[in-house]
Structure formats: structure tokens, C-alpha cells
Design a protein around this ligand. Structure first.
Ligand code: AGP
Length: 630
């Protein structure tokens, strides 16, 4: 989820543009900084050489570096703001990465799944690597093909051909932009499972991870399709597939204003991030298992013998992240048979918890800076436990202080209320659970492969919900005057009900409460009165039928007392219709994976209701994106 910009123009006086590559690229990076901001870099082609600068931290650090060490004037350049996946946010890991003796520069958005194998192959050829990144491996591969396979000096198709050959080897998700000193008026780019758009100018052309990278210069855009390569000069745009055959992009006119372009055309980051969720889950799953379903969590650096001896897991988290932990508990206990407790971080260390060397602490945090969770992790470490951080922010404090980390790859989450990070956290926790089951022999490889296959189908199912969201949006608008909304769920639906209530509290500032459906009759049912809106998250009828039947009877209980029931149920579940004022159907999926789907309508509902009330859904009152105080 990095920000990427490329530019080729005419030198001053030769065309009708006076833009310098540096200015265009920096302006684009400023607009793309929301996509990634743990480091930034730029490379330009001038006087037969590549000149580049890169710095960890905010874009302002790069700008300061450029002021201290200016780049030569150039009309060809590429730039990158990084959201780290492989390798922490350091100067060395920042993009661009160089190869071919410093004559080639590459920037990248995505995850190269087979980078380890390629790194080994290139190292054997004598290539040395300076960074921990998968990007540098891709740069070295392209440089090696350009120089040693094609003969260098722009021979035999030059940089475009080298990019084609490299893309035939690369696996995973990538948007790549490359420049070479031998071809000072060319930028070559490629994309697979990661966005790339071309901006069409007069005597100049642009590239961006989205249109906000060049919207200040042109609104004519061409969206590239899967497995395509584009070669741009100041006056030409040539698109091919990964084997050199001509291909077409989709041209369109960008009528967003620059501000909404940063939100992908959505009115808020909240709505954009809800729609980012298919990709957030996909990217989190990507590259972590092989075709046989064997999981390889290479950043989970904890001794496997120790993991085999774990006799208790304690999840530490707050808020939405704690609900992700609650969902994960059901799966981890089912798959690994390890007792799993989920503790609110701020309660954990004050209750004299039982923690020892056989306890595995799993902290879940989007920001990696939540002080409550950080202090709880520190406490657990003092008690001798090993700690794993599930985190969305590379290089943040909690993963840095943990023994191991499993990063979610949801990309920066700007809206204060968490959405895509929540689903990515659940996906990452499932991967951890399956990895433990694989290591400890609780599951056969085939069983794990089947669960991973079901997980792999989830992004498309989330997209299906997003594409059919009108009904739930209308409900949100219609219920803008609601004073209180209750949410019921059972089993993994219970934490989903809690999360649905939290979204509504955070965004619409109205009373909302999530309950375990079975708990209702033990008191809360007294709350039910005529017209009281009650959401009910219903498990699949294809799962444990006692679970389904009991939740249907819970719907009857509240309906009989006048509740307005809005039911989230699996496609084809006819049993709920008799007791539901509204039924929101979601695609079929195994019970344990259902939270990745059933949460989405509740997010959309909260957003629609809050929007109808005219509230700021990105920055709700009283809230901070990262609570760095206890
Ligand atoms: C989620 O919508 C909230 N903004 C809040 O509950 C959040 O989940 C909690 O503060 C934990 O934050 P973290 O994931 O960054 O640790």
C-alpha cells in the first residue's frame, strides 16, 4: 500500500512543459503520503546517471535531505512513499533500490512472494544485497537480465524487455517502476495484483499508484490491467503483456477533486477503507503459504520447540483489536486445542495473571503504539512469556518489543474507527492458529490447505457484499434517529456483535450494545420495547444446527417483545425470514470464517447512519487513532 509516482517530460524549451521531474514527483508523493509514510525516496535520470535520495520517516525528512543534497535537474524520475512490509522503516530499506552498478533504480508496491528463492539465485551469481527488502531482489533481477541476458546498453529491447523477463519470474503482488541511466527519457512499469495508472499529459506522461499521484497535472488517465507492462516517454505510452504482446489499458477522465482522489474517490477514508477490505485480507494472506498449504511465517522468529510446548495463549488488545482476538480465540482453540484467553490489555496486568514460560502472548494492535497493550506486553515478558505481535504498522513499538511479529498488510488505516485492520487482524490470527496447528500436528496438511482455500475465497465474498450494499445503506439512513441499537451474536458472532456496536458508538455517538445472544434472557431482554432496533448475526445453517436454531429462537424472543429485527444471515437461510423485519444476506462461508463477512454490513450500517447525521466519520469526536496514554 505504498505511494508510487513516475514522470517523463521534455527538457525545458523542447516541449510545451516546463516541469522538472523532481517537482512533479514530490507533489505526487505529497498527495500519496497517506498510502505509506514510514520512509520515502526519489530517483532521477540526468547526465547519463541515476541520482537518488531516500530517507526513513515522513516525506518531510526526504525534502530536508534534498535541500541538503540537491538532485540534478531532470525530466525523468520516480518516487515512492513506503508502507513497510518486508524490512523495517530504515533509510536502507527505503525505495528506490539500485542495481546494475547503480545505473538502474526501482520502486515497488506489494509483496514478492518468491523473493527468497530469487535472492538465493542472485547471490550465487555474486550479487550483494544492502537491504532486507523484497524490492531490492526485484531490482537485482531486472538489472541482471538487462546487463547479462540482454547485453546492456539498451540492447535487445532494453529496460522494457528486462522488465518483461523479470515479471515472468516474479510471484505475488507488485507494482514496479524502473528507470535506467542508458535510457534517460523512459520509465518502465509493471503491475500484478497491485494498482497502477498512467496520466496522459501534453509532452509529458505520468505514472501513479492512484490518480492522486498526478491529478495536479492531468485528469486523463489510463488504468492498467493485470499482468501488464507500460513504457512511457514524454510523447508515448506503450502497453504490453508480460510477454511483449500489445495490450490495452482503460482510458478515463478523472473528475474527482484532488482531496477526494486521496480517498480513492470515496467521500471519506472510512468508506475507502471499508472498500479496501478485500485487498487488506488478500495482502495479509499473500505469500504465507505454498501450493500444498504449508504455512511459512518467516517473520515469526520463535523457536519451534518452544511453540510446541506452549500450553496457554493469552491475547492482549483493546477495542476493535480485542474483538479480533475474541474471534481468533474460537478458531485457535478449535484448530490447536490450546486454551486461549483474550484479555483487555488495561485489565491484564492488574489481575495478577498466571503467566509463565509456556504461555504465548499474542498482542493485536493496528497502530503498534497503544500504551495499554505495550505495558501489558512488557509485563508478560517480565513474567517469562514469549510474545508475538499481530500489527499493521511496521517497525512500531509493540512489534519492536515483541519476540516475533506477524504483520497485517492492510495498508495505512487513516480513519480513526478501525475497519480493514480488523479483518486483516482476524486473517493474521487465523494464519497464526493454522501455523501452530501445522507445527504441533493438530491438523493434517490437507486440512490446513482446505481452510486456506476457504480463506482465499473470502476477499471476493467481501467484494460481493460491498457491491450489494444498498439495502444496508438505506437502513442506516432510515434509522438516523435511533436512540439505541442492540446487537446479538453467538459463538464467533458474539464478538462481531460487539464490534458492530462499537462502530455505531464511535461513528454515530448513539447508545449501542453487543450481547451474547444466549445472555439476553438473563437480564438484557428487559431492554426490549416496541420498535427497539436489534441486529442479530446468525451463524450458517450448514454449521452446527443447534447454534443456528438457538439464534433463530433468540430472534423470536426479541421479536415477540416488539423489537425491530435486522438479521445478518447466510444466503439461502429461509428460517430467519419469519422473524426478521430486514434480512441482510451474506455469501456462504465456514462458520469460523464468517466474521470476515458478517462484520462488513455492520460497518456499512454505522457509516451510513453517521453520515446521515452529518458527522465526521474519519475523525469522530473524543477519539484518537492511536491511544498512546494509559
Ligand atoms: C477501533 O475502531 C478503535 N479506534 C479502537 O477501539 C482501537 O481498536 C483500539 O484503540 C486499539 O488500537 P490498536 O489496534 O492500534 O492497538
Amino acid at each position: 500500500m505504498c505511494g508510487i509516482v513516475g514522470y517523463v517530460g521534455h527538457s525545458a524549451g523542447r516541449g510545451n512543459t516546463e516541469h522538472k521531474a523532481l517537482d512533479v514527483v514530490l507533489e505526487g508523493l505529497r498527495r500519496l503520503e497517506y498510502r505509506g509514510y514510514d520512509s520515502a525516496g526519489i530517483a532521477v535520470v540526468a547526465d547519463g546517471t541515476i541520482s537518488s535520495r531516500k530517507k526513513s520517516g515522513k516525506l518531510s525528512n526526504l525534502i530536508a535531505e534534498l535541500e541538503a543534497h540537491p538532485l540534478p535537474d531532470a525530466v525523468t524520475g520516480i518516487g515512492h512513499t513506503r508502507w513497510a512490509t518486508h524490512g523495517g522503516p530504515t533509510d536502507m530499506n527505503a525505495h528506490p533500490h539500485l542495481s546494475d552498478g547503480g545505473k538502474l533504480a526501482l520502486i515497488h508496491n506489494g509483496i514478492i512472494e518468491n523473493f527468497a528463492e530469487l535472492k538465493q539465485e542472485l547471490t550465487a551469481k555474486g550479487v550483494t544485497f544492502l537491504s532486507e527488502t523484497d524490492t531490492e531482489v526485484a531490482a537485482a533481477l531486472i538489472g541482471d537480465l538487462y546487463r547479462n541476458h540482454l547485453g546492456g546498453d539498451n540492447a535487445n529491447g532494453g529496460l522494457t524487455k528486462a522488465m518483461e523477463l523479470a515479471c515472468q519470474r516474479l510471484e505475488g503482488a507488485f507494482t514496479l517502476l524502473a528507470v535506467h541511466a542508458d535510457q534517460p527519457d523512459v520509465v518502465v512499469a509493471a503491475r500484478r495484483n497491485s494498482p497502477l495508472v498512467v496520466g496522459l499529459g501534453e509532452g509529458e506522461n505520468f505514472l501513479g499508484s492512484d490518480v492522486s499521484g498526478f491529478i495536479d497535472y492531468t485528469r486523463r488517465a489510463v488504468e492498467l490491467g493485470q499482468d501488464q507492462i507500460v513504457t512511457i516517454t514524454a510523447d508515448s505510452v506503450a502497453i504490453t503483456d508480460f510477454f511483449g504482446a500489445p495490450a490495452e489499458g482503460k482510458e478515463y477522465y478523472v473528475n474527482w477533486d484532488p482531496a477526494s482522489a486521496e480517498k480513492g474517490g470515496f467521500p471519506s477514508f472510512m468508506e475507502k477503507e471499508i472498500h479496501d477490505q478485500p485487498d487488506a485480507v488478500l495482502q495479509t494472506l499473500l505469500g504465507r503459504s505454498d501450493v500444498d498449504g504449508k504455512l511459512t511465517l518467516d517473520e515469526l522468529r520463535i523457536d519451534t520447540d518452544l511453540l510446541k510446548s506452549v500450553d496457554k495463549i493469552i491475547v492482549l488488545a483493546c477495542g476493535t483489536s480485542a474483538y479480533a482476538g475474541q474471534v481468533a480465540k474460537y478458531a485457535i482453540e478449535r484448530w490447536c486445542r490450546i486454551p486461549t484467553e483474550v484479555e483487555l490489555s488495561h485489565e491484564f496486568r492488574y489481575r495478577d495473571p498466571i503467566v509463565d514460560a509456556n504461555t504465548l502472548i499474542v498482542s493485536i494492535s493496528q497502530s503498534g503504539e497503544t500504551m495499554d497493550t505495550l505495558m501489558a506486553v512488557r509485563y508478560a515478558k517480565e513474567q517469562g512469556a514469549k510474545t508475538v505481535s499481530i500489527c499493521n504498522t511496521n517497525g512500531s513499538t509493540i512489534p519492536r518489543e515483541s519476540d516475533a511479529v506477524l504483520y497485517t498488510h492492510a495498508g495505512p488505516e487513516i480513519a480513526v474507527a478501525s475497519t480493514k485492520a480488523f479483518l486483516a487482524q482476524i486473517a493474521a490470527a487465523y494464519l497464526l492458529g493454522l501455523y501452530l496447528a501445522q507445527l504441533r500436528g493438530n491438523k493434517f496438511q490437507g486440512e490446513i490447505k482446505d481452510i486456506l482455500a476457504d480463506l482465499g475465497k473470502v476477499p471476493a465474498k467481501i467484494q460481493e457484499i460491498l457491491d450489494n450494499a444498498e439495502q444496508i445503506k438505506e437502513l442506516g439512513k432510515d434509522m438516523a434517529d435511533a436512540k439505541s441499537v442492540l446487537f446479538l451474536g453467538r459463538h464467533v458472532g458474539f464478538p462481531v456483535a460487539m464490534e458492530g456496536a462499537l462502530k455505531l458508538k464511535e461513528l454515530a455517538y448513539i447508545h449501542a450494545e453487543g450481547f451474547a445472544a444466549g445472555e439476553l434472557k438473563h437480564g438484557p431482554i428487559a431492554l426490549i420495547e416496541e420498535g427497539q432496533p436489534v441486529f442479530v448475526v446468525v451463524p450458517s445453517p450448514r454449521g452446527r444446527d443447534s447454534l443456528h436454531a438457538k439464534v433463530v429462537s433468540n430472534i423470536q424472543e426479541v421479536r415477540a417483545r416488539g423489537a425491530k429485527t435486522i438479521v445478518i444471515a447466510e444466503e439461502g437461510d429461509e428460517a430467519v425470514k419469519a422473524y426478521a423485519e430486514h434480512v441482510i444476506y451474506i455469501p456462504e462461508t465456514p462458520t469460523l470464517l464468517a466474521p470476515l463477512l458478517s462484520t462488513v454490513p455492520l460497518q456499512i450500517f454505522a457509516l451510513a447512519l453517521a453520515s446521515a447525521k452529518g458527522y465526521d466519520v474519519d475523525q469522530p469526536r473524543n477519539l484518537a487513532k492511536s491511544v498512546t496514554v494509559e
